[in-house]
Design a protein around this ligand. Structure first.
Ligand SMILES: [Zn+2]
Ligand SMILES: [Zn+2]
Length: 274
C-alpha cells in the first residue's frame, strides 16, 4: 500500500510543457516583470492548482523557455538595478523591440516615447532621468504635437505599462522593462551614452562610476557591493580597469538622491532632491 500514490504521477511530466507551465506563463504575460520571490510563490500556487509536482524552479523556467523560444519570447532572470532585488522578466528576443511597441501605441505616442527615452539617456552628467515638467513640455514640440495634458496621460500609460518609472522626486527614469527589453535599441541609437556594468555586462543607468573622467567603468550598486569589500573606508580600493582609486560615493543616475546609505556621509549631490 505504501508508495502507491507515488505511482499516480508521471515522473516525466515536469520536464514537458504542461498545464503548470501554461498557467505560470499566463501570470507572466500579465505581469511582465516579477520579483523572483513572487514568481516562486506563483509557481507554488500553480503546482497546487494543476496537481503537478513541484520541480526545481530553474528547471521549470528552462522548460518554459524551450517552449516559448519559437515565438521569440524568453523568461530572463535579472536584478532590479534600483533596489537590488532578483527579478524575472518575460522578454521579446527579437531586436526590433521598439517597432513591436507599435501594436499598443500610436505612431505619435511612439514618437513621444522615443523622445523621452532620448532625453533620459542623454541627460547631463549621467542623471538618466527627466523631470515631470520637462517631459510634459516635450509633447507640444513633436512634429505632430500633442498637448501637455495628453503628454501627461501618455506618461501615466508608459508608467503603467512598465516602460517608465516615476521616482519619488517626480523624475522619470527607465523601468527595468525598458532596460531589459530595449537595451539593444538604446545601445544602437545612443551609442556612447549607454553604459554597461563592467561586472555583469548589462546596461546600467544607476550605480557607481570611476572617478577618472575618461574611464568608462560603471558598476551597478549591487555589483559594486559584491565586488568591493565592505568597510573599506574608500582608502585602498581601485578601479578594476584604470587603477584610479575608487570612491564609493561617486555615483550616477540619482543613486545619491534616491537611496540613503548607512554610515557613510553623503556627497553634495543631494541638493538635486525635491
Ligand atoms: Zn552589474
Ligand atoms: Zn577607471
Amino acid at each position: 500500500m505504501e508508495g502507491e500514490n507515488e505511482q499516480n504521477r508521471d515522473p516525466q511530466e515536469s520536464s514537458e510543457y504542461n498545464s503548470s507551465h501554461r498557467l505560470f506563463m499566463q501570470a507572466m504575460l500579465s505581469h511582465r516583470i516579477l520579483e523572483e520571490s513572487r514568481a516562486e510563490e506563483i509557481y507554488d500556487n500553480v503546482c497546487v492548482k494543476t496537481n503537478v509536482d513541484k520541480n526545481d524552479f530553474s528547471d521549470f523556467i528552462a522548460v518554459i523557455n524551450k517552449e516559448i523560444n519559437d515565438v521569440d519570447l524568453a523568461l530572463r532572470r535579472s536584478v532590479d538595478q534600483y533596489n537590488s532585488v532578483a527579478i524575472i522578466a518575460l522578454v521579446n528576443t527579437k531586436s526590433d523591440e521598439v517597432a513591436k511597441l507599435a501594436t499598443t501605441y500610436t505612431p505619435n505616442e511612439l514618437a513621444y516615447f522615443k523622445r523621452i527615452l532620448e532625453l533620459i539617456i542623454t541627460a547631463d552628467n549621467e542623471a538618466y532621468s527627466i523631470s515631470s515638467i520637462a517631459a510634459i513640455r516635450e509633447g507640444p514640440k513633436l512634429k505632430s504635437p500633442i498637448s501637455q495634458r495628453e503628454s501627461q496621460e501618455l506618461l501615466a500609460k508608459l508608467v503603467n505599462d512598465q516602460w517608465l518609472k516615476k521616482r519619488r522626486d517626480g523624475y522619470y527614469v527607465l523601468h527595468m522593462r525598458s532596460i531589459i527589453e530595449l537595451q539593444d535599441y538604446l545601445k544602437e541609437t545612443f551609442e556612447g551614452d549607454v553604459h554597461e556594468c563592467l561586472m555583469c555586462m548589462e546596461m546600467v543607468t544607476i550605480g557607481e562610476r570611476c572617478s577618472q573622467e575618461r574611464c568608462s567603468v560603471r558598476l551597478h550598486l549591487h555589483c559594486a557591493a559584491g565586488y568591493f569589500p565592505e568597510d573599506d573606508n574608500g582608502a585602498a580600493i581601485k578601479c578594476p580597469t584604470c587603477s584610479t582609486s575608487w570612491k564609493r560615493s561617486n555615483k550616477f543616475g540619482g543613486a545619491n538622491t534616491s537611496r540613503r546609505s548607512n554610515g557613510h556621509s553623503q556627497t553634495a549631490n543631494e541638493s538635486e532632491d525635491g
